[in-house]
Design a protein around this ligand. Structure first.
Ligand code: NAP
Length: 507
């Protein structure tokens, strides 16, 4: 389909949101609540839910408490467990989108090929169904959207089944098979204990041991659910307590008080000592970096699964894959029938970044390499009328990502209200404002546990932490509460694209 044919076939919405995960659905709800219904969501799948739609591996469960891992404006009194399963979260997201009237705005199976800013005409979003123009573009494409499978030599010659944790094939039956799981991160610690009882043999390939914490998950009792339904403030209170505990204890330990972190480390180490009696295995599983540097892993059944007679933990690096299994650098062949890559995602190098272009051909991916500054991880110089949700340094390693998304949504809604209804308004953050913000974040992140020397997916290929918010999240909330027009060059396209007529300085 040509651009023009596609464009003429599509109405021109004022706003396009890319992605119908937690961020995109949240954006749509907040737009509707603010009285704005001139928008569409472009969703590449035929179901909404983002990472909670895609990660269907056995045992998938959120490691942030349910009462906190939900929209503040849509509490769910019916959570079945204190840490919800993938099925429950996905159902929550679908029913919330339906309840708030979002579904008619979604264009299903619309894959965005690229999005390009044009000074004369605004954003043009090319999809596999044609092009659509809009005034404002919101990227809600998520950080954990594109599975990363390491290019281990010989993988194509493997005779058995290969699967990534985020592309789980439910039709495959692992029962009675010899299975390898590569990786020991958040996905692996849930998969390993889920499949260990049914497989004949499980070989877990560990490159770096994680910090595994006791998991406080439990069923929520029927009387508790009744209480939350009849008396919603009770649930709000639990949400608040959970939020503040995590801020005060974890952020303080990870960003301010080393002594507190060391106390937590001693307590967490007891979990390993209590669950693994074999000194050799314990040694292999003991992390040698600071707690929190990589995302900590709550699990009560990962260590016990590794102690089972049908499980081997291999710490010798992988050399190659052959048709019959995995060969480690010591030359040993580990024969397997199936290989699960629990190897994470393209986060700082999410491919979508190369397909969103602002002025002068600048690409969004530059915001993750460090070449492009961001303001509040949300707006970027040379990207007019553009907002990114879960953008650079808006991630959290200790609390609900939905909290951060809602902070960004407050900002976006406030911005759109401040910019008004004219269809030719153009707003672009001042480079000086974005540079100052990014420099400040980068200075602060250097003082935190997230820059304490371990390799993690929070870092880009240059070792720069472009993922984590380095402070209390309430500080981010404070910064995103209001859109300040003086941080932007705001003009009207029909007058002169970059002349500041509402507010803002000159460049
Ligand atoms: P991850 O945390 O990035 O873990 C990937 C694992 O694969 C690591 O152990 C890594 O080792 C290993 N690995 C990567 N490449 C490898 C290679 N070439 N050879 C050997 N090992 C290799 O990925 P994830 O477990 O999918 O989790 C990603 C994020 O998703 C989490 O941090 C979390 O934010 C989210 N998540 C959350 C939940 C939850 O809420 N419960 C569940 C799943 C995922 P190194 O450590 O040495 O790099």
């Amino acid at each position: 389909m040509t651009d023009d044919a596609g464009a003429s076939a599509q109405a021109k919405p004022r706003i396009i949101i890319i992605g119908a995960g937690f961020a995109g659905i949240g954006a749509a709800i907040r737009l509707l609540q603010s009285g704005e219904d001139d928008f569409v969501i472009l969703e590449r799948g035929d179901e909404l839910g983002g990472t909670w739609r895609d990660n269907v591996y056995p045992g998938c469960r959120c490691d942030v408490p349910s009462h906190l891992y939900s929209y503040s404006f849509a509490p769910n009194p019916d959570w079945q467990r204190t840490y919800a399963s993938q099925e429950e979260i996905w159902a929550y997201l679908r029913s919330t989108a339906d309840r708030f009237g979002v579904l008619p705005h979604i264009r299903w199976s619309h894959r965005v090929i690229d999005a390009i800013w044009d000074d004369a005409e605004g954003w043009k979003v090319q999809t596999d169904h044609g092009a659509i123009r809009c005034q404002y573009l919101v990227a809600a494409t998520g950080s954990l959207a594109e599975p990363s499978t390491p290019g281990i030599p010989g993988a194509a010659s493997f005779a058995g089944t290969l699967m990534h944790s985020a592309r789980w094939d439910r039709s495959h039956d692992f029962a009675g098979q010899r299975v390898a799981v590569i990786g020991t991160g958040a996905s692996s610690v849930q998969i390993v204990p889920s499949i260990q009882p049914t497989v004949e043999h499980l070989t877990v390939f560990q490159r770096t041991p994680g910090w595994v914490l006791p998991h406080p998950d439990r069923p929520i009792k029927p009387w508790e659910r009744r209480l939350f339904r009849l008396f919603p403030p009770a649930q709000r209170l639990i949400r608040s307590i959970t939020y503040w505990q995590r801020e005060i204890v974890l952020v303080s330990a990870f960003t301010k008080f080393d002594g507190l972190r060391m106390v937590l480390e001693r307590r967490v180490k007891r979990h390993l000592t209590n669950q693994v009696s074999d000194p050799e295995l314990r040694e292999k599983l003991a992390p040698d970096y600071q707690l929190g540097c990589k995302r900590a892993l709550p699990s009560n059944d990962f260590y016990p699964a590794l102690t089972q007679p049908n499980v081997d933990l291999v710490t010798v690096p992988i050399d190659r894959i052959e048709s019959g299994g995995i060969v480690t650098v010591d030359g040993e062949l580990h024969p397997v029938d199936a290989i699960v890559f629990a190897t994470g995602f393209f986060v700082t190098d999410n491919p979508i970044g190369d397909h969103v272009s602002g002025r002068e051909g600048h690409r969004l991916s530059e915001a993750f390499t460090g070449e492009l500054s961001s303001y509040l991880g949300t707006t970027f110089p040379d990207f007019p009328n553009f907002f990114m949700l879960t953008g650079p340094n808006t991630g959290t390693g200790h609390t609900s990502q939905i909290f951060m998304i809602e902070c960004q949504l407050n900002y976006v809604i406030d911005a759109l209200e401040a910019l008004g209804n004219r269809s030719d308004t153009v707003a672009e953050v001042l480079p000086s404002v974005a540079d100052a913000f990014t420099e400040d974040v980068q200075q602060r992140v250097k003082q935190t546990v997230w820059a304490s020397g371990c390799a993690s997916w929070y870092l880009n290929k240059f070792g720069r932490n472009v993922t984590i918010w380095p402070d209390y999240t309430f500080a981010y909330r404070r910064q995103t509460r209001h859109f300040d027009p003086s941080d932007y060059v705001i003009g009207h396209r029909s007058v002169e694209a970059r002349s500041p007529v509402v507010a803002g300085g000159t460049e």
